[in-house]
Write a protein that binds this ligand. Structure first.
Ligand code: SAH
Ligand code: SF4
Ligand code: F3S
Length: 454
């Protein structure tokens, strides 16, 4: 595998350690940060105890995400004691949300930088090195870091994420993202294509196009327009050997054209993550999701009729403001009606400043939220197992990601539907190869099979 066309790690100056929380957007942003800082001579390290600068890329999506980071900041105190010159920077969504509060509440924080101010990071770190605080939480309407070549930090060498847009305009009433990441903006398609090309040439075989609502991707220049179906078609055209995935789709913007592009391109993976959040129309309205259950089911049926083998996964929130037992039953019935292949499931967590915080009541008792969440999880386990059982006896093309974690003699990889498959190695295959596997057994989380042909 040749990795030499990717941007190498370099730099001989201060040692930079980065810890990343939250979604894939944050993972991508950390790679942009390292890229910007190594141009200034900083040297990336994975060893926190030798760091001159620690950056924590943070998440605010639920209260427990923030609590974890507060806990981490306490732990950093001992590094600061050992090395008083150590600089600690909080970046990302929690930095944007809490701003100077981070400086006043934690004695060890030197720098606070929001998601749109990473180009300013060298200056902010210099301010901190000179003994003052560096703060920049300005959000931008244009910043996409489009031309910055990220340094790939988590390289398995097979699959990579490419951010195609930033921000969100949807203002779902429970959600903090529009406040922490600002307005939605799309990245220049040429830089996206160039990045995908570069990854493919370096041996990568899968790219996931990322945004909070990829279906509303839109780039206009010189009278021409590129929308999401067009973009995905272009990326898929790079090579039939390059798999293309995307996340996340907002149901209200999932177009028939996108479904058509997915159906017509074998290398666009047959997997759609379509967060429903709730099965109750009353809750969907309160959440400001802008679709009804009927509309959502119509989109599901459109996918199923054009791409019968497509997997459908979702996000669900239990115990949102005003949710009754009947609303909750509606969520369970939606889950059965769709038959989700898998789901991310959460208890509602009030986020300060959101619509829900300002005009609704977080009135479902904690234990009731937990009870409902547990019912949702139990049902999804059944549905995931059903879904995997339906695959027994079928064959799938699998893109190998590497050795199985549990057994070195086995390989693991994913189907187009994004299901993990574990199978015995034949000795000749390695990460980045495609192979065909017949499924023989499963759990609710994993398929097990045997290679049948190459
Ligand atoms: N943009 C994506 C979601 C990003 S956040 C989309 O709209 O699909 C990922 C998930 O976190 C959401 O889909 C939602 O299910 C969950 N989430 C967001 N805010 C939350 C909150 N305040 N409490 C609990 N879960 C939340
Ligand atoms: Fe949050 Fe809704 Fe935007 Fe997703 S679409 S990031 S849930 S506001
Ligand atoms: Fe968290 Fe920000 Fe992502 S709040 S989920 S890191 S966009």
């Amino acid at each position: 595998m040749k990795l030499d066309t990717l941007r190498p790690l370099q730099g001989a100056g201060k040692r930079l350690y980065v810890e990343t929380y939250g979604c894939q957007m944050n993972v991508g942003d950390s790679e942009i940060l390292v890229s910007i800082l190594q141009d200034e001579g900083y040297r990336y390290t994975e060893n926190i105890s030798e760091a001159d600068v620690i950056l924590v890329n943070t998440c605010s999506i639920r209260d427990n995400a923030e609590q974890r980071i507060w806990g981490r900041l306490k732990e950093f105190q001992r590094y600061k004691k050992k090395n008083p010159k150590l600089i600690v920077g909080i970046v990302g969504c929690m930095a944007e949300r809490l701003r100077e509060k981070l400086l006043s509440e934690s004695p060890i924080v030197d720098v606070v930088a929001g998601p749109d101010s990473y180009r300013d990071m060298p200056r902010l770190l210099e301010l901190a090195a000179a003994g003052s605080h560096g703060v920049n939480v300005q959000l931008s309407e244009e910043e996409t870091y489009g031309e910055i070549r990220p340094v790939r930090l988590d390289r398995n060498g097979v699959s990579a994420f490419i951010a195609i847009m930033r921000g969100c305009n949807n203002f779902c009433s429970y959600c903090v993202v529009p406040y922490t990441r600002g307005r939605e903006r799309s990245r220049d398609p040429q830089t996206i294509e160039a990045e995908a090309h570069e990854l493919f040439d370096a041996g990568y075989r899968e790219v996931t196009l990322l945004g909070q609502n990829v279906n509303s991707y839109k780039w206009e220049a010189d009278g021409a327009e590129v929308d999401f179906p067009e973009l995905i078609d272009r990326i898929a055209a790079i090579s039939p050997m390059l798999r293309v995935r995307f996340a996340t789709s907002h149901p209200k913007d999932l177009s028939d054209r996108l479904i058509d592009v997915m159906a017509s391109r074998p290398n666009v993976c047959k997997a759609i993550h379509l967060p429903a959040q709730s099965g109750s129309d009353t809750m969907l309205k309160a959440m400001n999701r802008k679709y009804t259950r009927q509309w959502y089911m119509e989109r599901i049926n459109a996918i199923r009729s054009r791409i019968p083998e497509c997997s459908i996964t979702t996000d669900l929130i239990a115990g949102f403001c005003g949710e009754t037992e009947e609303d909750h039953r509606q969520t369970l019935s939606l889950m059965r009606e769709v038959g989700y292949d898998s789901a991310y499931m959460f208890k509602y967590s009030l986020r300060p400043g959101t619509q829900a915080d300002r005009i609704m009541h977080d009135d479902v008792p904690e234990e009731e939220k937990l009870h409902r969440l547990n019912e949702i999880i139990a049902l999804q386990n059944e549905l995931s197992l059903d879904s995997n059982r339906r695959d027994i006896g079928k064959t799938f093309e699998v893109l190998i990601e590497g050795k199985s974690k549990r057994n070195e003699a086995q390989l693991c990889g994913r189907t187009s539907q994004n299901k993990m498959v574990v199978f015995d190695s034949d000795g000749s295959l390695e990460a980045g190869d495609y192979t065909t596997v017949k499924i023989e057994d499963c759990t609710s989380a994993t398929l097990f099979g045997t290679i049948i042909a190459r």
